[in-house]
Design a protein around this ligand. Structure first.
Ligand SMILES: C[S@@+](CC[C@H](N)C(=O)[O-])C[C@H]1O[C@@H](n2cnc3c(N)ncnc32)[C@H](O)[C@@H]1O
Ligand SMILES: CC(C)=CCC/C(C)=C/COP(=O)(O)OP(=O)(O)O
Ligand SMILES: [Mg+2]
Length: 294
């Protein structure tokens, strides 16, 4: 399996809506141009392409001896395993989802989480991304897997989706909520979710206990052209939009091993220090929030 640029007759970029703001145009361009080896080489391991980070303990036995000629390959497989484990944890918090249900992936990237959700629940998954290239890629993978009737990505603003009110049994943001206003975001999730539906996010947020965004948080914002919110903002914006948290889990200790391992790999991008230092000084947290639409 290798990463391919997909061209399909029915591809998502056939109709690309104008970005709602100049910022969204910049973000669309950013993800259309993104081709970092740390994402493509990890995705090539099993065809699940993620743009999020990993959680869980490193399996040092599986990695073996760093002097071994196969070590780098094993390191890439291990980082990928931890990223897929992160998506499994997100899906665990969606609750019972049936084959006839539909889920929304807000900011779906290349679609790895969507494929995993369909494989787990047998349900339909609708993804939205600002990037035509990502949507084409995700739809190409769904086609290769023969699940294109259940997994679909489209170029669309997650703050203004074409889905019907109450259509979704569940929805999520996997590391994509730092690109939007949280009140606008949760208003749209609240609209598309059925009453009793479940919303889940895994995100990085700055910690109000630190005071203000630290220099490391500012560095992460500049690196990705995003705007990391505080933990307090998430909870306030959910409360204002009929989303009642059922679980708030601090995944910071669980994501540090991923970063420390990644920092030793040949695929480093230069942002590793900012994540490691901000998680360690307490200014930044990696959290999962699961909320019920009431
Ligand atoms: C870091 S990637 C995460 C991708 C995916 N959730 C994953 O876990 O692999 C951020 C994603 O958010 C999307 N995004 C950012 N702002 C958006 C918006 N306003 N509407 C739709 N997608 C958006 C980007 O296009 C990109 O796909
Ligand atoms: C937790 C936070 C603040 C995330 C910011 C959003 C983001 C860019 C996530 C990872 O994308 P990626 O997988 O494309 O990044 P990388 O190339 O660093 O692996
Ligand atoms: Mg990545």
């Amino acid at each position: 399996m290798t990463s391919t640029e997909f061209t399909t007759a029915d591809h998502a970029s056939a109709f690309v809506p104008s970005p709602a703001t100049p910022y969204q145009g910049d973000i669309a361009r950013y993800w259309n141009n993104e081709a970092r080896p740390v994402n493509l080489r990890l995705g090539d391991v099993d065809g699940l392409y993620h743009h999020h980070y990993g959680v869980g303990a490193v399996d040092h036995a599986a990695l073996g001896d760093p002097q071994d000629s196969e070590y780098e390959k094993k390191l890439i497989a291990e980082l990928h395993r931890l990223e897929s484990a992160q998506a499994e944890i997100l899906l665990d918090h969606l609750g019972p989802i049936g084959r006839d249900d539909t889920l929304m992936d807000a900011g779906c990237g290349r679609g790895g989480s969507m494929v995993m959700a369909h494989q787990r629940f047998g349900c339909t998954v609708e993804g939205v991304t600002l990037s035509a290239k990502q949507a084409d890629f995700a739809n190409g993978r769904a086609g290769e897997l023969g699940i294109e009737d259940h997994v679909r990505a489209r170029v669309c603003n997650m703050l203004d989706t074409p889905f019907e009110t109450g259509q979704m049994a569940g929805s999520w943001n996997n590391e994509s909520s730092m690109y939007v206003d949280l009140h606008d975001l949760f208003a749209e999730h609240s609209r598309v979710l059925a009453v009793g539906g479940r919303y889940v996010t895994i995100t990085g947020c700055w910690n109000p206990k630190y005071g203000q965004p630290s220099k490391w948080v500012s560095q992460i914002n500049a690196h990705f052209e995003c705007n990391i919110h505080s933990r307090r903002e998430y909870l306030r914006a959910m409360a204002d939009n009929r989303l009642v948290p059922q679980a708030v889990i601090d995944l910071t200790p669980d994501t540090l091993p991923y970063w420390e391992l990644r920092a030793t790999s040949s695929l480093v991008t230069g942002i590793e220090e900012a994540f490691i230092e901000s998680y360690k000084d307490g200014s930044f947290q990696y959290v999962l929030i699961a909320a019920d639409r009431v």
